[in-house]
Design a binder for this molecule. Structure first.
Ligand code: HEM
Length: 82
């Protein structure tokens, strides 16, 4: 049982977005476990607009999954208010 990712269900869309960022970051961490390497590469992606857009896209894909899992945080589950 993992402890960092127990559920896709979040109380609010904002917390869902935070979870999406966490998933994106954890993928980087598991792909490159060496913290020293990540620390060296961080200033490069942080100052490159294309890389930041790429990171944003990854978060958006995760957020779409999380939003679907949460029924778009609406009672009827389709994102439309009743
Ligand atoms: C999907 C791609 C990525 C996303 C969404 C992402 C997101 C983030 C976020 C939100 C922060 C916190 C920024 C702050 O509050 O100042 C951060 C920090 C950091 N990122 Fe990334 N990042 C990504 C890719 C990468 C890559 C490719 C590397 C290096 C190989 C990296 C290394 C780091 C490091 C070293 C920090 C600062 C230390 C830390 O907060 O853990 N990230 N990243």
């Amino acid at each position: 049982m993992t402890t960092w990712f127990p559920t896709l269900i979040t109380p609010t869309p904002e917390e869902g977005f935070d979870l999406a960022i966490k998933l994106a970051r954890m993928a980087v961490k598991k792909t490159q476990p060496d913290e020293t390497v990540r620390d060296i590469l961080r200033p490069q992606y942080a100052s490159d607009a294309t890389e930041l857009i790429a990171a944003s896209h990854v978060v958006a894909v995760h957020f779409a999954t999380i939003a679907a899992a949460n029924g778009y945080w609406t009672a009827n589950g389709d994102g439309r208010p009743r």
